[in-house]
Design a protein around this ligand. Structure first.
Ligand SMILES: [Zn+2]
Length: 288
């Protein structure tokens, strides 16, 4: 269950680091990003599932149970993940289904590709290989496929080793459970799949907390909701998603209309990259 914090909250580290105001001017810690991507995650499912690791982590962050998917495409995985990665609407990045992933526009680079252009390193551990197609060859220094447990373990290893500045993860079992038996907070199998993601990502969050000399932006995002055993279309159960972020420097502010397209511009701001076109809103501002 994630508690919802409306409006603005000072960004603090869950382990109790409270030096965000005193060290801003001379903060030499390396900015890093972890994105926890959970396919087909309904907000009421997240609220009902047993998720102690995510609860503990995002208790210090800004969360919403009424975020939105992109607004110009079908609520399926291809358009959704493309909008998360690029921060752009479907009409901009051009991915309209799971069958045209490779048509993602070169004019709408992923935030990982932009990070690499800015001198950072990036890696992704993914369950659904379609995300790898969207990432293409420019987005990552390492791309590792695997099941949900392997994705979490890979992310934890990368973070513990200080291997990359940006770590993107994609977990798919929640979507599988929804398709098999229902995208519903009343479905024990759906809730169990969400709990399993929590178990899988826990070591990665522990690894983030253990990194000294770094400052982390951590974001939880999903591509779409669901109803019954499916998803598509533009109804609230498909469009409404949970979002959560923490940042151990500066301030996170929930926009009026939070969106999955906010992750990319927030990561860009966090990494100090140049402004780029986006249909989302950065949640993060430096504390000056
Ligand atoms: Zn999906």
């Amino acid at each position: 269950m994630l508690a919802v914090v409306a409006g603005c909250a000072p960004a603090t580290v869950p382990d109790g680091d409270t030096d965000t105001d005193s060290d801003v001017a001379g903060d030499a810690r390396v900015p890093r990003v972890l994105v926890i991507g959970v396919d087909g995650l309904r907000p009421d499912g997240l609220a009902a599932a047993d998720t102690p690791a995510l609860d503990a982590w995002f208790a210090a962050g800004v969360t919403t149970d009424s975020g939105s998917t992109q607004l110009t495409g079908d609520t399926v995985s291809g358009p959704g993940w493309a909008s998360i990665l690029t921060g752009r609407e479907v009409e901009a990045h051009g991915v309209t289904s799971n069958d045209d992933l490779a048509s993602i526009s070169a004019a709408t680079p992923t935030f990982l590709a932009q990070a690499r252009d800015g001198g950072h390193t990036a890696a992704a551990a993914i369950h659904w290989l379609g995300v790898g197609v969207l990432l293409g060859s420019d987005s990552t220094d390492a791309l590792v496929p695997g099941d949900d447990a392997a994705v979490g373990a890979q992310a934890a290893r990368w973070i513990a080793d200080g291997a990359f500045d940006v770590v993107f993860t994609h977990f798919d079992d929640v979507d599988h459970a929804g398709h098999a038996s229902g995208f519903s907070a009343d479905n024990p199998d759906y809730l169990a799949a969400i709990a399993a993601v929590d178990t899988a990502i826990g070591p990665a969050l522990d690894a983030v907390a253990a990194r000294e000399g770094e400052r982390w932006l951590v974001a939880l995002v999903t591509d779409h909701g669901g109803l019954g055993t499916g998803h598509s279309g533009a109804t609230p159960p498909m469009r409404t998603i949970p979002l959560a972020m923490t940042a151990d420097r500066g301030t996170l502010t929930l926009p009026a209309t939070p969106s999955q397209m906010d992750v990319a511009p927030t990561a860009r701001a966090w990494l100090g990259l140049a402004d780029a076109a986006t249909d989302g809103t950065s949640w993060w501002q430096d504390a000056r």
